[in-house]
Design a protein around this ligand. Structure first.
Ligand SMILES: *[C@@H]1O[C@H](CO)[C@@H](O)[C@H](O)[C@H]1NC(C)=O
Ligand SMILES: *[C@@H]1O[C@H](CO)[C@@H](O)[C@H](O)[C@H]1NC(C)=O
Ligand SMILES: *[C@@H]1O[C@H](CO)[C@@H](O)[C@H](O)[C@H]1NC(C)=O
Length: 282
């Protein structure tokens, strides 16, 4: 009898939850508040700093660094991007192909997961150095979280680090990934893996990929080549409003896939920003 009572309560609260505006609102496009936008600012500076060889960052070399932010109590692993014309040229090259992730670097990843071969090779070269720098920084700051960031090509490498690092760091470490002007990195199996393992962290805020206005890079490589974005898009409108777009490659006009149907309707000048006033690069 008491068991039935508990079940009845559970069911009635479930149905009221399903009927509540909150449940339906979760799937709609929402505009970020100024407070929410400002919360991204430190990561925007960290992504931009990857272009600068800054003295404040630890062990910057070859376009990447690992650093520590005491106020956020987080280890930062950041990658530099390339210039806009070279990334657009590379990503519109029809010679693009996908490969599996290296099984030593990415133990246990399903073989259906495919990623851009150039991104995979580039991430594989820096991966051991990044891992050891992150491990050393974490041992100097026990309990700190780990944040991956980058812009452009650097965003793609940061997303691969976001898949790679948790496979080698102690369970219980918390991770966050924030990227800017990120191209598509892999296939649908990759996007689904990222959604399940990364985007879903911290109540669905584990990954945010921010793209600016009519930037061509986030719509490349094309979906017709089998590439898909994971969830977690935030799109900056021409009005400078920041909108969170639910799902993968949302085709709404408020999101990049709907706003920029092809590269001919894009504007390369939007790739470097500004992202809330911050231009990428040094
Ligand atoms: C972009 O990078 C490529 C390759 O590194 C270089 O050849 C080109 O001059 C650069 N373009 C600009 C505008 O900096
Ligand atoms: C940075 O590099 C120095 C010298 O190579 C090394 O001793 C130090 O442990 C490195 N720090 C991190 C956090 O990787
Ligand atoms: C795109 O956003 C709309 C809300 O405007 C939502 O209903 C739809 O499910 C989203 N599309 C995808 C593919 O998730």
């Amino acid at each position: 009898m008491s068991r039935f009572f508990v079940l009845a309560i559970a069911l009635s609260s479930l149905s009221s939850l399903l009927a509540s505006p909150l449940a339906t609102k979760r799937q709609s496009i929402t505009t970020l508040s100024t407070t929410q936008i400002s919360a991204f600012k430190p990561f925007t500076f960290f992504a931009s700093a990857a272009y600068c060889d800054p003295s404040t960052t630890i062990n910057w070399s070859c376009g990447r660094y690992v650093g520590f932010d005491p106020s956020l109590n987080t280890v930062i692993a950041a990658h530099q991007g390339t210039n806009t014309s070279s990334i657009v040229a590379e990503l519109t090259d029809l010679d693009i192909f996908m490969k599996n992730l290296d099984s030593t670097l990415f133990p246990g990843i399903d073989p259906s997961v495919g990623v851009h071969s150039g991104f995979a090779d580039s991430q594989a070269r820096s991966a051991p150095d990044i891992l050891s720098a992150v491990q050393q920084t974490l041992s100097a700051h026990p309990g700190a979280s780990v944040t991956m960031t980058g812009h452009s090509l650097g965003a793609a490498l940061a997303l691969l680090d976001a898949v790679y690092l948790p496979l080698h760091l102690p369970t219980g470490t918390s991770f966050k990934t924030v990227t800017y002007g990120m191209p598509r990195v892999g296939n649908l199996a990759f996007a689904n893996y990222v959604d399940a393992q990364i985007t879903s962290l911290s109540g669905g805020t584990g990954l945010t990929h921010i793209n600016n206005k009519e930037d061509p890079v986030p719509i490349l490589p094309g979906m017709f080549l089998g590439f898909h974005h994971p969830s977690g898009e935030v799109h900056i409108q021409d009005s400078d409003a920041w909108d969170a777009c639910p799902g993968q490659d949302n085709s709404s006009d408020l999101c990049i896939v709907g706003d920029v149907p092809n590269v001919f309707e894009s504007d390369e000048a939007d790739h470097d920003g500004p992202y809330d006033g911050v231009e990428m690069g040094c």
